[in-house]
Design a protein. Structure first.
Length: 278
């Protein structure tokens, strides 16, 4: 009986993750049979499902991460554990949606489960005391594995630098991962992965912000231009603070207080100039 259950589980898993290949073939079933020609014509109007890669931390240990990501109503395409000797686990076929992003937005797109690959990294997240967050670092091996995996995904789907994001970027009102200790700058400078600003451009904008002359609406407009979902209320309200903090997690991790300042604004402008989507 145990062998039968295992066999049925394997068959079910294989069936669920089956992929479709555009090719010449014959389909036969109880309705009849037809020939499929998948080679003669190829439509121009198409694109691939995968348009983003979203990075997360699990906020629990390895065993709990595996249990949650394989047996509950949340998942990811890949899991990088904190055991240097272990492989990267592929939990969901890239052809299928994994349930990792939740309610999410970037630019004009929403529900990024539909259009992304999710990578979870085993990391305990943060502890909180007296309103202060203390984040846990990632290991060198985890960063290396993430870099290798990211470069492979980027190459296969021809993804631009703007497609590599953190969970807090696409859900800043409710998420903090992968947090300010995730080495975005290292990924960019060492592996040419993702986005980062040019120091000279940042410095040219360093005096462009002041509380007296830069309105909250201007800040919200710049954040929205970059890709963040933010309601343009014209006030430094809670939702705007959360978006600024998410931006700082990614691009100014030395201080992520959620307050707009001259350095944060200079970085934002430098990035908007560099990655202008028009």
């Amino acid at each position: 009986m145990k062998k039968l259950i295992v066999l049925l589980s394997i068959i079910s898993a294989v069936t669920y993750s089956a992929t479709y290949t555009k090719e010449n073939k014959t389909i036969k079933n109880d309705a009849g049979n037809i020939k499929i020609d998948g080679k003669t014509y190829d439509a121009v109007a198409q694109d691939r499902r995968v348009r983003f890669v979203i990075l997360h931390y699990t906020a629990v240990d390895k065993d709990q991460s595996i249990k949650i990501l394989t047996n509950q109503q949340v998942s990811a395409h890949y899991l990088i554990t904190d055991d240097d000797k272990e492989p990267v686990y592929n939990l969901v076929s890239e052809d299928n949606r994994s349930w990792h992003a939740g309610e999410s937005n970037w630019g004009r797109l929403s529900n990024l489960n539909d259009s992304s690959v999710g990578i979870e990294i085993v990391n305990m997240g943060f502890t909180e005391a007296n309103g202060s967050l203390t984040f846990y670092p990632f290991t060198d091996a985890q960063v290396k594995k993430a870099a290798v995996l990211l470069k492979d995904i980027i190459k296969r789907y021809d993804l631009p630098a703007t497609s590599i994001l953190g969970h807090s970027d696409i859900a800043p009102q409710r998420k903090q991962d992968p947090g300010p200790l995730f080495p975005w700058e290292e990924l960019y400078k060492k592996y040419q992965i993702g986005m980062w600003y040019d120091d000279d451009t940042k410095n040219s904008f360093i005096n462009s912000y002041s509380v007296a002359t830069t309105s909250p609406l201007e800040v919200q407009t710049q954040l929205e231009k970059f890709g963040y979902k933010v309601n343009k209320t014209g006030q430094y309200d809670k939702q705007t603070t959360n978006v600024i903090r998410a931006f700082q997690f990614h691009f100014r991790p030395s201080n992520y207080d959620g307050m707009m300042d001259s350095e944060t604004y200079a970085i934002l402008q430098a990035l908007n100039l560099k990655y202008d989507k028009k």
